[in-house]
Design a protein around this ligand. Structure first.
Ligand code: HEM
Length: 172
């Protein structure tokens, strides 16, 4: 896990101490649930599901928009110091495992962060200081996922080499 954190810091350019500055104060108490509802609605509704980049939009094609919005705002509210709404409904966040099915590449992380930055800028309830802290956390986590999902896929390839099509030493 430490190796993944280090990779996340290196790739994202966000030192671990900046990423977890969100834990220095309770941002949920400061901002309230509605701010996170607005942020996630803005992120998915006006941006991700309408992305002009088909390759990125298609990553979300099998998820219902309403569910994606609720999953995200409940997770963020919980992670920023609020009640465990996400875990009560969905269980442990297990972010790497839950992102395993998706192509979480560096390009995808940058596109995700681009939409999040825009959504954050148009969510006026979130003040600038909080915005910077949350974005540092998200940028670091996005690259943590790039590293973690990448490793997951490598392990799977090692464990299940494709003997049917490409031969034992090549992934399917
Ligand atoms: C869910 C993609 C980054 C937290 C999802 C889903 C997709 C996705 C396709 C399924 C939608 C749903 O059913 O909720 C990506 C991509 C990312 C990224 C391409 C780029 C790096 C992040 C980051 C976080 C995050 C940075 C947290 C800081 C979550 C959570 C869920 C989710 C909590 C809900 C999981 C569940 O309950 O099933 N993501 N994500 N994601 N993502 Fe991400």
């Amino acid at each position: 896990m430490q190796a993944l954190q280090d990779k996340a810091s290196e790739w994202s350019g966000v030192p671990t101490s900046d990423a977890f500055a969100v834990d220095d104060s309770n941002l949920f108490h400061k901002l309230g649930l509605q701010s996170f509802v607005n942020l996630s609605t803005n992120f998915y509704n006006s941006r991700v599901y309408d992305d002009e980049e088909e390759w990125f939009r298609s990553i979300f094609a099998n998820s219902k928009k309403e569910d994606a919005i609720q999953n995200q705002y409940e997770f963020l509210a919980q992670r920023m110091g609020g009640p465990p709404l996400y875990s009560q409904r969905r269980g442990h966040p297990a972010l790497i495992a839950r992102h395993g099915p998706f192509a979480v590449t560096r390009e995808a992380a940058e596109r995700w962060l681009h939409h999040m930055e825009q959504a954050m800028n148009s969510t006026r309830e979130i003040d600038e200081e909080s915005r910077i802290k949350i974005m540092n956390f998200l940028r670091h986590t996005a690259y943590f996922l790039v590293a973690g999902v990448g490793e997951l896929k490598n392990q799977n390839q090692e464990m299940h080499p494709c003997r049917h099509g490409a031969g034992a030493h090549h992934p399917c």
